[in-house]
Design a protein. Sequence first.
Length: 247
Amino acid sequence: MIDARDEGWLPPGDVSDRYRAWGFVCSFAAAFSRPLAHGDGVDPAALEAAAVRLGHELAAALREGYLQFGLRTDLTKSQDTLLSPEQLRVDSSGSVLVFRIENQSCASWGVRLADIDLDDPPVVVESGKGWTPYSERLSLALAEMVLMESMFSGCEDDATDNRELDDATLGLLEAGFDRLGLPDLPFWAGDGGSVIRWFHGPDVLLRDDGGAWLWVYGRSPEAVAAVRVRLPGEWLMVPDGDDEPEF
């Protein structure tokens, strides 16, 4: 395992343009899963067919994301779903191109057709309240999607856990872990104004959902176990036997 003092594994936090965002995704996948490789992207012909079917060219950032990791289900559809090119659709209002849906269809992410000609357009989200702003750039939304979906893909390897956040734990989180270089994003399932924040520590990423719920994703079960020690509480996915006292 990488020395806990060495965070060279951490992907660069600068996602200020789409090229840096793709570099972030590439570094993250190599550190937490497996490197991006030839064959992880969709066939360019599928994107061309989607553009013809929809009657709109796809934004450059959307095309690039699909071409680099569109077939990596561990990065795109472990929980929610990045639609395949064949599934891309315009919403019922005729104003938004939908590219991602929540696993129970409680939310959708899209790009307004008025912005579709931009290389890296802003993203909007709809969760029963109408389309509202989500991120300033599509590449940022896709990079954050990769983090979230990868986190859920680690559940079978004891590399994730989650728990309710209380004020005391929130204070320990903010004092003991550093912010990842991603801006706050709206927590669509939370109260108005609540946000998602990402943190990092030795071999782990942590996600604060609106100050109400905490997720941890580690490069190993041991890294997750170390977070449980630093942030004690009622974690929900403690492996059998890990909470028994030692004699």
